[in-house]
Design a protein around this ligand. Structure first.
Ligand code: NAD
Length: 378
């Protein structure tokens, strides 16, 4: 089996799908690995390290793609690359399956088996492969570091001859993987942290990190079978926005991470809420790429409204590309390692594997992910 790691094409994407350590382990398993020249340079992985790990390093992207049995990327290949892949090739990457209909149609029509890393089951069995979690925890960390940098105060309490400084107040909305890491990071920096989530089960996790859990009575909210939050009704969202405004008014930093899988992110912070916040305070919107939790937040911009800074920078894990690549590469490595089988062409990936199967979006000329094609029966 020939596995190809192309250089990421998206501007500002410094992560790489496979680091040299994992290349070496795959080579030991009998997989031929080819890496496009400079693919890892933004993540602290020079070509030389890939060569030493046993990979072929080449600048001939088109040839490499045409010869691939498996392509591993952080983001999906652009259309002009997809058409170079051969029928039956596996592609592993984030695919953004609910917002990539044209690309998915192309992958289907070219006979590519496209794996979406977003669809790795959130189960104990699949934890090692869970790229949403590995990247979200880094995003939570980076969000706090960005907020600390943008804030006109310090986070910890300080008692000095020049007076006492009280700890900054940080409010984290959405206590999933990113939110919990944001809470832990803000606590480590000495802030006083509060957090809120619609899923009552996270209260214990929030408290165990030393933060206060803010309770808002919205009636039934619940979670899906996969543990994701359900979308709230219009009335519930209204109630929530009002209650959150009061907590935000007291906060120096608000970090929003609320997402509803496969849907537009809920709007939690309105312009009215922002107007109640102290000038100089900071809001970081981690959901900005999904429509935003914060009114007025804009992708890849820091917007100021009434003196409140709204940070809408996208791809926060990409800002710590070395560690983000290390973790993502580990997710990809474990996925490939788990799903290897002896197939018609020697080593191959098993499309019926219990983790790989549910992540396949296209396979053998069909869209096989029921979230996009409900009529599918696999
Ligand atoms: P996510 O990114 O989909 O959402 C982030 C958080 O926002 C969630 O906690 C969600 O409840 C919250 N949220 C949604 N709407 C909201 C609203 N209107 N107001 C406030 N908060 C709102 O979540 P995630 O981090 O991907 O985690 C999703 C689930 O998967 C969680 O239950 C998590 O524990 C679970 N999970 C399980 C595993 C595992 O078992 N291996 C691994 C990772 C995550």
């Amino acid at each position: 089996m020939k596995m190809v790691v192309p250089r990421e094409r998206d501007q500002g994407e410094h992560r790489v799908a496979l680091i040299p350590d994992h290349v070496e382990q795959l080579v030991h398993k009998g997989i031929q690995v080819a890496v496009e020249a400079s693919a890892g340079s933004g993540a602290g992985c020079p070509d030389e390290d890939y060569r030493s790990a046993g990979a072929e390093v080449s600048s001939r992207r088109e040839e490499m793609l045409a010869a691939a049995d498996l392509v591993a990327g952080v983001r999906c290949l652009p259309a002009e690359d997809v058409v170079r892949l051969r029928d039956g090739c596996f592609s592993i990457s984030f695919l953004d399956p609910f917002h990539s209909s044209e690309l998915i149609e192309l992958l289907r029509s070219r006979g590519i088996s496209a794996v979406s890393m977003e669809l790795i089951p959130r189960s104990t069995r699949a934890q090692k492969m869970d790229a949403l979690s590995s990247q979200a925890s880094l995003a939570g960390y980076v969000a706090v570091i960005l907020a600390a940098e943008a804030l006109d105060k310090i986070f910890p309490m300080m008692t000095t001859p020049a007076g006492t400084i009280f700890p900054a107040r940080v409010f984290v909305l959405g206590a999933g993987v990113a939110g919990l890491q944001a809470i832990a990071t803000a606590k480590r920096l000495g802030a006083r942290v509060e957090a809120y989530d619609t899923r009552p089960v996270v209260e214990e996790q929030v408290k165990s990190l030393g933060a206060r859990f803010v309770k808002i009575d919205l009636g039934s909210t619940g979670e899906t079978r996969q543990g994701y939050a359900r979308a709230l009704s219009r009335e519930q969202l209204g109630l929530q926005q009002e209650a959150l405004a009061a907590v935000c008014a007291q906060a120096d930093v608000v970090i929003t991470t609320a997402q509803v899988f496969g849907r537009q992110a809920p709007r939690l912070i309105t312009a009215q809420t922002l107007s109640r916040m102290r000038p100089g305070s900071v809001v970081v919107d981690l959901a900005v790429e999904r429509g935003g939790n914060v009114e007025g937040s804009a992708v890849d911009r820091i917007v100021e409204t009434g003196g409140v800074r709204i940070v809408g920078l996208a791809n926060l894990p990409g800002r710590v590309a070395a560690h983000a690549s290390q973790m993502y590469s580990s997710n990809v490595f474990h996925l490939v390692e788990e799903c290897l089988r002896q197939g018609e062409r020697g080593i191959d990936l098993d499309p019926d594997h219990e983790v790989l199967g549910p992540c396949l979006v296209t396979h053998r000329g069909r869209i096989v992910y029921e979230g996009i094609n409900p009529s599918v029966s696999r």
